[in-house]
Design a binder for this molecule. Structure first.
Ligand code: PLP
Length: 277
């Protein structure tokens, strides 16, 4: 990471100063996006920018940077850091806001970002991942992509303690999503996933996969399901910008299941791969 984004400029990393008084730094008062780069090109950039604008609106953080400027800045980050396969991270924090003036509008949000190499996780895409199922202890606005992710981080650490790649979570026995991914299960050729409510982040990859599945003539049910269903699933996979469509081979924790990596997961992985630039 040699060059980073600060406000509207791409500067060498050592020249980028972050304001100590930024509320993002103190309170996690901010939002972010992670965009995948394939072949030096950003993937689904418009959908990511849409979600960034939506998150900013939901938290009432002014975001005046236009889509065109974002696209230029993101491309500059990719080129200056010579990224072929990687990610671009964009963050918007509320910035400095005088104490006791929480509702004052004259704030100056801080836009930052970086790009780095990240290879596709071929081994996991082929052989699948082990999931750890645990309680969802997060707040009730998981639809906003905020930098406040402690519930997710605690779940992920718990998963790592049990040698699992990813945590999936449930609220009172109803499955929600992964710590940084969305979960799909397949039963009798139908895909099931939690609906895009306040309890999950509506993943861009989730949306792409739902579209691909429907185009392939598969039935997709966006309904919440209980944890017990995981034990009788034919197949399952998780989706995210960095993990793409990754098969699940086992689930442990609050439920135990051993899963086959089946034909529908492979079909959707292939369809997804066809979209990559
Ligand atoms: N759910 C959560 C909680 C996430 O943090 C993420 C990604 O970071 C996802 C789902 C997947 O979203 P996307 O496909 O947009 O990367």
């Amino acid at each position: 990471m040699k060059y980073v984004l600060i406000d509207q400029d791409i500067v060498p990393k050592e020249k980028a100063g972050i304001d100590f008084d930024d509320r993002g730094y103190h309170f996690g008062d901010g939002i972010y996006e992670v965009i995948r780069i394939y072949n030096g090109k950003p993937f689904t950039i418009n959908q990511h920018l849409d979600r960034l604008y939506e998150s900013a609106k939901k938290l009432d953080i002014p975001l005046s940077t236009t889509r065109e400027t974002f696209t230029e800045l993101i491309n500059e980050l990719i080129i200056k850091n010579t990224i072929e396969t990687g990610i671009v991270y964009i963050q918007l924090t509320r910035g400095l806001q005088p104490r006791n003036h929480l509702y004052q509008r004259e704030i100056s949000p801080v836009l930052t970002g970086f790009a780095e190499n990240l290879e596709r996780k071929e081994e996991l895409l082929t052989n699948g991942v082990d999931l750890w199922l645990t309680k969802d202890i997060r707040w009730l606005r998981c639809d906003i992509k905020t930098i406040n992710l402690l519930g997710n981080i605690m779940a992920k650490r718990e998963a790592a303690d049990h040698n699992c790649h990813e945590a999936i979570m449930h609220r009172d026995g109803t499955v929600t999503e992964g710590s940084s991914s969305n979960l799909f299960l397949i039963k009798d050729s139908t895909l099931y996933t939690h609906p895009a409510t306040n309890l999950i982040l509506n993943g861009i990859t989730r949306q792409v996969v739902i579209k691909l599945a429907k185009e392939a003539g598969l039935h997709v049910v966006e309904e919440a399901f209980p944890v017990d269903v995981l034990a009788i699933a034919d197949e399952a996979f998780i989706t995210s910008t960095t993990m793409e469509v990754t098969p699940v081979r086992s689930i442990t924790g609050d439920v135990s299941a051993t899963l086959e990596i089946g034909p529908i997961t492979r079909q959707l992985q292939e369809a997804f791969k066809q979209l990559l630039p």
